[in-house]
Ligand binder design. Structure first.
Ligand SMILES: C[S@@+](CC[C@H](N)C(=O)[O-])C[C@H]1O[C@@H](n2cnc3c(N)ncnc32)[C@H](O)[C@@H]1O
Length: 506
């Protein structure tokens, strides 16, 4: 099949791009749709999707990644309630509504989270002057959003009181968001690449949440969607992206601001693009991957001991710590202390990736002392401590992370790895199982669970878990390994080989 033909059609329709394994997913979905529709040739199906918007919708809804959960990245939700919303409200005339858009809302957890937090902060009267709209290209995800019924996965980031207060139990492990929120949030199909569709949503829009959507786009698509947002935002309106997306969007189309370490964009007439470009320092390029590093026998950086695993330096932004050169105009001044802290983190990470753990330790300790709520710092500290065989402190550090973020998958994985090194299979099993509950698509959690079952001689469960890892990897889930600080650079094929040989050995 001419897969690139379909890749191009989808990319120009809604921006989604396909790397090696995602291409396989695309091919599989196209073949399934052809079989369903009794079509003999891919070419006939290619014509169909370009002429039938309904079939295009169906195909796209099989290709989108709707990963989301309630109160994701709470710092940007706090930014909304504490700073952006009050500021916009202060400039509105009596009777004028504030329009908030959750762009790429998937199954609705994001716009509902915003509605709940705004109600908590400003009271129920807020519905009288606020409109919250959730838009997505995936009509099947929108249908779920409208029903508002969610399982355990969607609540991974929330305290139990949140669920008890704002949801009704509909059956075992399924909870429906209360009707007042379902009525408040308006869900609509919209393709962000199509400016007309975005304009029809109800411009001008005051605040856009556009988080974890652009990660599936290339730069030209990101730019054109950013231009679309710029044209529908109200003057002075705000756009919030996730931590890891900041660097990819500093095009100079909207001005970049920072508050308490959270970065966001604003549409401002004062921003003169050319001048701003002049003021900017050099762009921060992602650091180059180092050459292959020697595999550790013990630490979290070389868990897959049957396979040589390369590591790459992650740009600090990918760890949740934005790292950019400060703009010099007053509105864009990035706090120097924040920069210094980010540098500390980057230094410690670079040393850890060069396996200079003893040198990394004092630096990451200092970072953690100065940034007591930044979980990425604790995660790095725990990883370094594990490498230095200081298991007791590593466990304490991981537990601190879990107190800050009970759904922190990396802390669970690291606790599981310590337990494995201490030959505590029961504890390892508990931690890896918890990690797989937190994110069922984390193949590494399933892989280690399989390894743990293998160690204790539980053959059927070991095989089952290896198979789950295999399935996730086959479906393009390799990037989802949970150890964000230490991305694995070995290929999905190598990992699949590892799973299948492990099964064979059982
Ligand atoms: C990973 S989810 C992000 C959900 C939520 N914003 C969050 O941060 O948790 C990405 C969503 O973007 C949607 N999406 C992808 N391309 C889109 C497009 N061109 N227009 C609108 N939505 C799109 C996908 O359907 C998917 O539901």
């Amino acid at each position: 099949m001419n897969v690139p033909l379909f890749e191009n059609i989808i990319k120009s329709h809604c921006g989604l791009t396909f790397d090696g394994t995602r291409s396989q997913v695309l091919e599989k979905v196209v073949l399934e749709r052809m079989a369903m529709l009794n079509l003999a040739s891919p070419e006939a199906y290619a014509v169909l999707i370009q002429t039938s918007s309904l079939e295009m919708e169906t195909l796209v809804s099989h290709l989108t990644i709707n990963e989301t959960y309630f109160l994701r990245e709470p710092a940007s939700i706090d930014l909304l309630t504490e700073r952006l919303f009050p500021e916009i409200m202060a400039h509105k005339a009596a009777g004028e509504r504030i329009v908030i858009l959750s762009a790429g809302c998937a199954t609705g957890e994001e716009p509902y989270s915003l509605a709940i937090r705004l109600l908590e902060k400003f009271g129920p009267a807020i519905v009288n002057f606020t409109t919250i709209i959730g838009i997505d290209v995936d009509v099947r995800a929108l249908a779920i959003a409208r029903k508002g019924i969610y399982g355990r996965h969607s609540f991974r980031g929330v305290p139990p009181e949140f669920k008890n207060k704002y949801f009704d139990k509909v059956e075992k492990n399924l909870f429906q968001i209360k009707e007042c929120f379902r009525k408040q949030v308006d869900f609509r199909a919209c393709n962000l690449l199509k400016i007309k569709e975005l304009q029809d949503i109800g411009a001008p829009i005051d605040i856009v949440f556009y988080r974890n959507v652009s990660i599936y786009f290339n730069d030209p698509v990101r730019r054109s969607i950013f231009e679309n947002f710029s044209s529908v935002l109200s003057e002075g309106g705000y756009l919030v992206v996730s931590f890891i997306e900041i660097l990819h969007h500093d095009f100079g189309i909207l001005s970049l601001n920072e508050e308490n370490g959270v970065f966001f964009f604003q549409k401002s007439l004062q921003l003169k693009f050319q001048e701003r470009r002049k003021w900017r320092g050099p762009a921060v390029e992602p650091k180059k991957r180092p050459d292959r590093l020697p595999a550790s026998k013990t630490g979290p950086m070389a868990r897959l001991d049957q396979t040589p695993v390369e590591k790459s330096i992650v740009p600090p932004s990918a760890t949740g710590l934005p790292d950019r050169v400060a703009d010099r105009e007053p509105a864009l001044v990035v706090d120097a202390r924040q920069q210094q802290r980010n540098t500390l983190f980057a230094q410690a990470l670079a040393l850890a990736l060069q396996r200079k753990f003893a040198e990394a330790l004092p630096i990451i300790r200092r970072f953690v002392q100065e940034n007591a709520t930044v979980t990425a710092g604790y995660a790095l500290l725990a990883a370094v401590l594990i490498e230095l065989r200081n298991h007791a402190e590593a466990k304490t550090v991981c537990r601190t992370v879990l107190q800050l973020e009970p759904w922190h998958i990396e802390a669970r994985l690291l606790l599981g790895l310590v337990a494995r090194q201490e030959a505590d299979a029961k504890e390892a099993q508990a931690q890896f199982m918890e990690a797989s509950y937190l994110d069922p698509k984390c193949w590494l959690a399933h892989f280690y669970l399989a390894e743990t079952y293998r160690t204790v001689g539980n053959r059927p469960l070991a095989i089952q878990e290896y198979r789950i890892s295999e399935n996730i990897l086959k479906n393009g889930g390799k990037p989802n390994h949970g150890l964000t600080l230490f991305p694995l650079a070995c290929s999905a094929e190598q990992l699949l080989h590892l799973c299948s040989t492990s099964i064979m050995r059982l």
